[in-house]
Design a protein around this ligand. Structure first.
Ligand code: ATP
Ligand code: MG
Length: 425
């Protein structure tokens, strides 16, 4: 992509009202735009990252047998009354149409999915199955202060699984837990599986996936030795206490919840009368599990966990581009023309390179802007945070070379253009 033609508008300063690091860097880097508190647009750069996160999630959900669907955000009040959540769910956005009919803007989709499923005669042979979507959620959040970590409108992946019995649900739950860890690993996050209470959904323990960072609103108590972890809201344990599993000392740390998986049991199938016919011919309630993950929160968490004072350092698999190619203008017009010609050649050649197991094309953002100082171009490249920075200038060309630097490294290297791709591994 040519930066001179792209809608990438970087800023030196973040808006004063934005206190979180994720929103400050994403706004300054031209990744997002803030419409109002807790409501953001994803601009070309931000949407590229979001799409990559979506791709990873889709691959891993498909791998555990999830079937992708899309459910409505506009949901009739009657459905929410069946589960008593029209009144009990405090974050529910409620809207009225011209005929005074009331609707909820979906904060989650247990009601809608159960309604879909109960309309069909199901037998034990249909079980288990799992449906998921990636869709916009609405929640009337009071504390919309953490940038895109806590949106009032945000993107979530929600998977719902249906089983004939509790044992099968438990088996699938463990499978999804592993898939979640794979997703976070691919997104460059170190997620800690944390025991939490099931909240409104169930008496049983649920699991949260927590990423330790000071930007977190949660506090987790964990053991570095055996991996045991609990949410502070649950547990009495505190820093220095002996781990209940291995006896080593526990530590408390702030963390962001990037995912949450729940045992629903028959809570929803009972309230909404969703049955299947078992082997013995009797009607039984469906046993359910649900598994949530906020895509926009994952993106924001990646920024909180991977940045320095100059900008974002995207993990490789979700960087908006693999490489940021920069051409530096020369004062001499003739020389400048030659440098631009060489840089364009490099851009065209890099665009044809395939990388990785999938042999996908290398993605290059080419900063071909004229009238922008080298300092500004370098500052923008650090802010935007692509994995590699490649510089073509009169100085590098004088040695028949280009300069290459990894965003996460401090030193640059001069290499012959033909070695550039080899360097990018
Ligand atoms: P929290 O405890 O942070 O309020 P939650 O427990 O209500 O979240 P769930 O209903 O379990 O969240 O939602 C599943 C996932 O959706 C969360 O793990 C998180 O990744 C994401 N999520 C929840 N609320 C928001 C929000 N307001 N903005 C962005 N992502 C969110
Ligand atoms: Mg939660």
């Amino acid at each position: 992509m040519l930066q001179s033609q792209a809608f990438i508008k970087t800023k030196r300063e973040a808006p004063k009202d934005e206190v979180s690091v994720n929103a400050q860097l994403l706004l300054r880097g031209g990744f997002i735009d803030k419409l109002t508190s807790g409501v953001y647009s994803f601009l070309p750069l931000g949407f590229r990252v979001l799409a990559k996160i979506e791709r990873i999630i889709t691959q891993e959900m498909d791998a555990v047998g999830g079937q992708k669907i899309l459910m409505p955000a506009l949901q009739p009040k009657s459905l929410w009354e069946e589960t008593d959540r029209w009144v009990s769910m405090d974050v529910l956005y409620k809207v009225k149409d011209r005929q005074e009919k009331e609707f909820a803007l979906g904060p989650t989709h247990e009601e809608v999915i159960t309604d879909i499923v109960r309309k069909h005669p199901l037998s034990y042979r249909d079980m288990p199955f799992a449906l998921y979507q990636i869709q916009t959620k609405f929640r009337d959040e009071l504390r919309a202060k953490s940038g895109i970590l806590r949106g009032r409108e945000f993107l979530m992946k929600d998977l719902y699984s249906f089983h004939a019995d509790e044992a099968d649900r438990q088996r699938y739950y463990e499978t999804v837990k592993k898939a979640y860890l794979e997703i976070f690993k691919r997104c460059g996050l170190k997620a800690i599986v944390t025991e939490a209470s099931g909240g409104a959904f169930s008496k049983e323990i649920s699991h949260e996936f927590q990423v330790a960072t000071d930007a977190g609103e949660d506090i987790i108590v964990s053991c570095a030795s055996c991996g045991f972890a609990q949410n502070r809201e649950l547990t009495e344990a505190k820093t220095g206490d002996a781990c209940p599993k291995c006896g080593k000392p526990l530590t408390e740390q702030k963390a962001i919840e990037v995912g949450n998986i729940f045992t629903l049991g028959t809570r929803f199938s009972q309230a909404m009368k969703a049955f299947f016919t078992d082997k013995d011919g009797t009607e039984k309630l469906l046993v359910m599990g649900c598994y949530g993950m906020g895509l926009s929160r994952v993106l924001g968490t990646v920024v909180e966990a991977n940045h320095d004072d100059r900008g974002i350092i995207w993990p490789k698999e979700i960087a908006p581009f693999d490489a940021h190619l920069i051409v530096l203008e020369s004062k001499d017009a003739k020389e400048s023309k030659r440098v631009f010609t060489e840089a364009k050649k490099a851009y065209d050649a890099l665009g044809k390179v395939t990388i990785g197991k999938e042999k996908r094309l290398l993605e290059v953002l080419y900063d071909d802007r004229k009238g922008v100082s080298p300092g500004q171009k370098f500052a923008d490249a650090d802010l935007v945070g692509c994995t590699w920075r490649i510089v073509v200038s009169a100085k590098t060309l004088a040695q028949g070379k280009v300069e290459i630097k990894k965003r996460s490294d401090t030193t640059a290297k001069l290499v012959a253009f033909k070695s550039v791709v080899k360097e990018m591994h």
